[in-house]
Write a protein that binds this ligand. Structure first.
Ligand code: ADP
Length: 250
């Protein structure tokens, strides 16, 4: 069962919420005038976005507006037809497939709408997966994975398989998997989209506490204003272009 909701600034989660101040800042991600079509269907039409290191940016907008496509271009999953996608001074769209895969594995974490846990593996094995894939030995990988269970209120669920977890628990396991390797950027595409609002807000409480403590940058795609409210800044994607909702500079 999910724990009761304590609100985004619950006492035990607020600690460490501001440690990004004073850590390395500056631009980490940039999309410059991205265009991408799927056959005849344009998904991005001149999308531009700059994200600062340590920022949590919510990407909102109507269904089909290009949010996921933008996230996939910034994460090096898709290569735009035109424009530039930058990560930490490197042009992702110019890297080979192998180098983009390595970058995703080493620098990025991912959480999607419905956890996509591997059903044959236990919860702790699912969390350890990114470490195992990047060559960490099983013992240390499993030990690192287990440290996340208490942090995310999942104590005692280490050996469960995904079919034996609630939706909220499975998303917290997926969140641990996304963060276990210490990514620079966490890409979250509707991470609470399959949850009720209480479970969704708990996932967001835990996500924001964990990333603020580590200074992790987050690109969060959501259509839910309550989820976007956890971000430092919201941008809107409409017809494949990005516009700023709040924090606009004249
Ligand atoms: P959003 O995330 O805002 O819902 P998407 O980025 O998923 O929007 O989609 C943008 C547009 O691109 C939509 O018209 C969608 O139908 C289309 N699209 C997205 N992915 C594919 C795909 N793999 N093949 C064909 N069309 C796609």
């Amino acid at each position: 069962m999910d724990r009761p909701h304590r609100g985004p600034t619950g006492p035990d989660l607020a600690s460490g919420a501001h440690v990004t101040a004073g850590t390395v800042t500056g631009k980490i991600i940039e999309a410059r005038d991205l265009y991408l079509s799927f056959g005849e269907t344009p998904a991005l039409r001149g999308a531009s976005l700059v994200v600062e290191r340590g920022e949590i940016v919510a990407v909102m907008g109507p269904s089909g507006s290009g949010k996921s496509t933008l996230l996939h271009c910034l994460a090096g999953i898709l290569v735009p037809d035109r424009g530039e996608a930058w990560f930490a001074g490197q042009r992702l769209d110019r890297l080979s497939d192998d180098r983009r895969s390595a970058l995703r594995r080493d620098q990025f974490g991912f959480v999607f709408q419905s956890g996509q846990l591997v059903p044959e593996l236990t919860a702790e094995e699912n969390v350890a997966l990114p470490l195992l894939l990047s060559g960490t030995r099983r013992g240390p990988a499993m030990a690192a994975a287990r440290t996340w269970f208490a942090t995310l209120g999942l104590d005692g669920l280490e050996r469960r398989r995904s079919g034996e977890l609630s939706g909220g628990q499975a998303q917290r396991v997926a969140l641990a998997r996304g963060l276990v390797a210490g990514p620079q950027v966490l890409f979250a595409d509707e991470p609470t989209g399959s949850l009720d609002s209480v479970s969704g807000e708990l996932v967001m409480d835990l996500l924001t506490a964990a990333v603020r403590k580590r200074g992790t940058t987050v690109i969060l795609v959501t259509h839910d204003a309550r989820i976007a409210a956890y971000a430092d800044r919201e941008v809107i994607v409409r017809d494949g272009k990005v516009s700023t909702l709040t924090g606009a500079t004249p």
